[in-house]
Ligand binder design. Structure first.
Ligand SMILES: [Zn+2]
Ligand SMILES: [Zn+2]
Length: 238
């Protein structure tokens, strides 16, 4: 793996510090890591807006200690059904080096209750269900209204139209993630997304530092889906 741009720390609900994550990334020979704690709209895990400055200061300090690796400050924003469709303001986005976004529970104005029910019972998940239509519209709006580098774990926690989402990712130059912690994209979803000219990225989504740089399982999923590994931008053959 060349870089891991999806990792969490104690600034949301990860177990390690920023430095713990950076250390593992250096040990694994990564060229770049992003610290991407959960967006501030999350009711229980969201970053405290007041701590972003402390995160930036810590990253500036670590850049001097570990000059061999690029360290980015990012956020894994939460998608919303209402404008601006993610839980970051324009000013907050300017403070970050990279913005990821994904759908999560624990967010207001994001259809949590029907998605929670759907996820646990299979209800409302049909091809043309209004929940699928609304969820997909939420993601498309988030992609077109914001400059999102990586769409995290698409298909997780509710019904989504992966083909429409992959098309929009290709159109907005957003990478679509194969996530090491979540089962989405699934093998079938990778096959659907691969029909479009979209770039794939593996994200460890590490919540403990030892998982930073983990890529084996998502790579296996990609290979089982018949995806050309050349289309995964952050792994290289050695
Ligand atoms: Zn996530
Ligand atoms: Zn995450």
């Amino acid at each position: 793996m060349i870089y891991d741009h999806h990792t969490h720390t104690t600034f949301s609900h990860g177990k390690g510090s920023i430095e713990d994550n950076v250390k593992v990334a250096v040990e694994k020979g990564l060229k770049s890591i992003a610290i991407t704690d959960h967006g501030p709209g999350h009711l229980t895990y969201g970053i405290d807006r007041d701590k972003v400055k402390a995160m930036r200061d810590e990253i500036e300090r670590l850049k001097l200690v570990y000059p061999q690796i690029e360290i980015l400050l990012g956020v894994e924003a939460n998608t919303l059904r209402v404008a601006p469709y993610i839980d970051l303001t324009e000013d907050e986005k300017k403070e970050l080096d990279i913005v990821l976004a994904g759908y999560h529970f624990g967010i207001l104005r994001a259809g949590m209750i029907p998605n929670y029910i759907s996820n646990h019972t299979g209800l409302f998940s049909g091809e043309d269900s209004s929940l699928r239509v609304e969820n997909t519209a939420m993601i498309l709006n988030a992609l077109y209204e914001n400059d999102i580098a990586i769409l995290t774990h698409p298909g997780d926690k509710g019904p989504f139209d992966i083909e429409d989402i992959a098309k929009a990712c290709a159109d907005t130059n957003t990478m679509i993630e194969i996530n090491a912690k979540h089962k989405h994209l699934t093998i079938d979803e990778i096959k659907l997304a691969a029909k479009y000219d979209v770039k794939f990225v593996i994200g460890s989504d590490a919540h403990v530092s030892s998982k930073v740089g983990s890529f084996e399982e998502p790579l296996m999923r990609a290979l089982q889906a018949g995806l050309d590994p050349e289309r995964i931008v952050n792994i290289e053959k050695i």
